[in-house]
Design a protein around this ligand. Structure first.
Ligand SMILES: *Cc1c(COP(=O)(O)O)cnc(C)c1O
Length: 353
């Protein structure tokens, strides 16, 4: 607290990201990073970018990156917005598209950055409780609103909505923007991108941090009608002209273009997940159905906090949320390599015995 601070700063409750421990040899399953490195073509592109040209500013419009993303989804470049991680994209989305007289709606259990952005930008919001089984009930969103946002699959539950459910939401809310945060969609969930040409109120956000193994590069993007994209560009050009630096652009383009590597690593993560789910259930865990690169699991006889701490003593880091109460018995476990799954299962078996 300081007399020098602006008023708004006193009232902020900043987002707390998962821990990035500065220790080696950890089985790090707490922040949903990809266990596989980025495509070798990304590394090559980054090396080539380490050159004299770094003295020059990057392209403020990121045209080459937008073109690569547009090509991936068969969209036009004016339907693509790029930013410094999808967190920055989301920040611009909240400011540019979700601040209205009526409240923004999102689930009570979801990505905990959403209420933080509302605090930063002074956006009125209302949370909608998840159903008993932790799924999003679309009918609960049929009320006056100034926008709707949720991740699909949801975080930290991992539970996906179907495309039909999302389409119903879009049809019933044609006067407000519906943002589908598809950070984890490539791990087996249906994407809403195909609905963009049909629904001018749909905005889909993606990140290269998860499925494309580039959390360290900080690139994310939004896809939607040119009208929605223009609002984001206006905010971005009032904030930072060059959010995508030369490395980020070169690396992200290479990542978008190496489709084979992307598909192979996603398939591997999903296979490891499905195997882990089976084996954890055999150990007595209740595991929610996951369309993501993480699972949300609890044990009947052991508290989430106890298990998290005992795993930590064995150098395995998972994420535990103390609140809300409803999820305090769960652990969110990122899908790692098969070897990391083996280590996790061995540790859990030891703790439970
Ligand atoms: C990881 C994540 C993001 C942010 O990703 P960036 O690393 O900022 O691109 C956005 N939404 C959800 C739901 C996430 O889990």
């Amino acid at each position: 607290m300081s007399k020098y601070w602006s008023d708004v700063v006193h009232k902020l409750t900043p987002y707390v990201p998962g821990e990035q421990p500065k220790l080696n040899n950890l089985v790090k399953l707490n922040t949903n990073e990809n266990p596989y490195g980025p495509s070798p073509r990304v590394i090559e592109a980054l090396k080539a970018e380490a050159a004299d040209t770094l003295r020059l500013y990057p392209d403020p419009n990121s045209d080459a990156l937008k073109a690569a993303i547009a090509e991936t989804y068969h969209l036009n470049a004016n339907q693509v917005f790029v930013g410094n991680g999808s967190d920055e994209v989301l920040a611009h989305v909240f400011q540019a598209l979700l601040k209205h007289d009526k409240p923004l709606l999102f689930p009570d259990i979801t990505y905990s950055f959403y209420p933080v952005y509302c605090g930063l930008y002074g956006i009125d919001y209302q949370t909608i409780p998840l159903a008993e089984d932790f799924s999003i009930n679309i009918a609960d969103y049929e009320k006056p609103n100034g926008g709707i946002i949720f991740p699909n699959p949801n975080a930290p539950t991992g539970i996906p909505l179907t495309l039909a459910q999302i389409e119903r939401l879009l049809q019933n809310n044609s006067d407000s923007v519906v943002v589908v945060d598809e950070a984890y969609v490539d791990f087996g969930t249906e994407s809403a991108v195909g609905l963009i040409d049909q629904y001018p109120n749909l905005l889909v956000t993606h990140t290269l941090s998860k499925a494309r193994s580039l959390a360290g590069l900080r690139v994310g993007y939004a896809l939607g009608s040119p009208d929605l994209i223009e609002a984001l560009i206006r905010v971005k050009d009032s904030f930072n002209s060059y959010p995508i630096d030369r490395f980020a652009s070169a690396g992200a383009i290479a990542a978008m273009q190496d489709i084979e590597y992307f598909e192979k690593t996603c398939r591997q993560v999903m296979a490891t997940r499905d195997d882990l789910v089976k084996k954890m259930r055999a150990l007595g865990f209740n595991v929610l159905p996951s369309g993501a690169n993480f699972i949300f699991a609890r044990h009947k006889k052991h508290s989430g906090l106890e298990l998290t701490e005992k795993l930590r003593e064995r150098s395995i880091i998972v994420r535990h949320f103390k609140s809300p109460e409803r999820i305090s018995q769960y652990m969110r476990i990122t899908i790692g390599t098969d070897a990391q799954s083996v280590a996790l299962l061995r540790a859990l078996a030891e703790i439970l015995s």
